[in-house]
Design a protein around this ligand. Structure first.
Ligand code: VGL
Ligand code: ZN
Length: 184
């Protein structure tokens, strides 16, 4: 999830502390998955210049991951296997958290991304959710995955938390565990 410059690089506009440290571990997980013949999907937070997701437009976040900007690129040290699908989310007037769906803040409707179909078409029953950030995108994706009936694992070594408020990391872990996500 969202191993992008704005989150994972210390110069990023929404730097998640320690984000760069997960990159080599994520690479190892990706390599292991590829060797096992398992599909690997990369997500990118991919926002318009103006969205109610940003503080400037009524939301909570600094401007980040604007479509097509350097900050929205995947981290340069991230190894992306040839042909690995990318799912972009947060692309409209939406929140950008779950890889499976986007909430259109204007209409209040939740719409599916391609991720669910992609996993279904490959017969995937178990997913490992890694990357950034543990209290937002990783959590939302893990919860949606569990709600779809997937077995979901979140290895804590492979994520970092934004922690807008103290304890957000523990609350996110509790929430995921309560939903049946295996937090390792
Ligand atoms: C995320 C904050 C704002 C995430 C996205 O992908 O975790 N967090 N936008
Ligand atoms: Zn975002």
């Amino acid at each position: 999830m969202d191993v992008q410059v704005d989150f994972a690089d210390p110069t990023g506009s929404l730097y998640v502390r320690g984000g760069e440290d997960v990159v080599p571990l994520v690479n190892a997980e990706v390599e292991a998955a590829v060797e096992a013949g398992s599909p690997v999907v990369f997500t990118q937070d991919w926002h318009p210049e103006h969205t109610p997701h940003f503080a400037a437009d009524g939301g909570v976040w600094p401007v980040h991951c604007v479509a097509g900007t350097p900050g929205a690129e995947l981290h340069p040290a991230l190894v992306v296997p040839d042909g690995a699908p990318r799912v972009r989310k947060g692309t409209g007037a939406e929140d950008g958290y779950s890889g499976f769906s986007e909430l259109d803040l204007a209409s209040g409707r939740r719409e599916a991304t391609v991720l669910g179909d992609l996993l279904d078409s490959r017969g995937v029953q178990r997913v490992v959710v890694v990357g950034l950030a543990g209290d937002y995108c990783v959590k939302a994706t893990a919860l949606d995955g569990a709600a779809r009936g997937l077995a979901v694992q979140v290895p804590l070594e492979l994520t970092r938390f934004v922690q807008l408020a103290d304890g957000d990391d523990e609350r996110a872990v509790d929430e995921m565990r309560s939903a049946g996500v295996e937090v390792l």
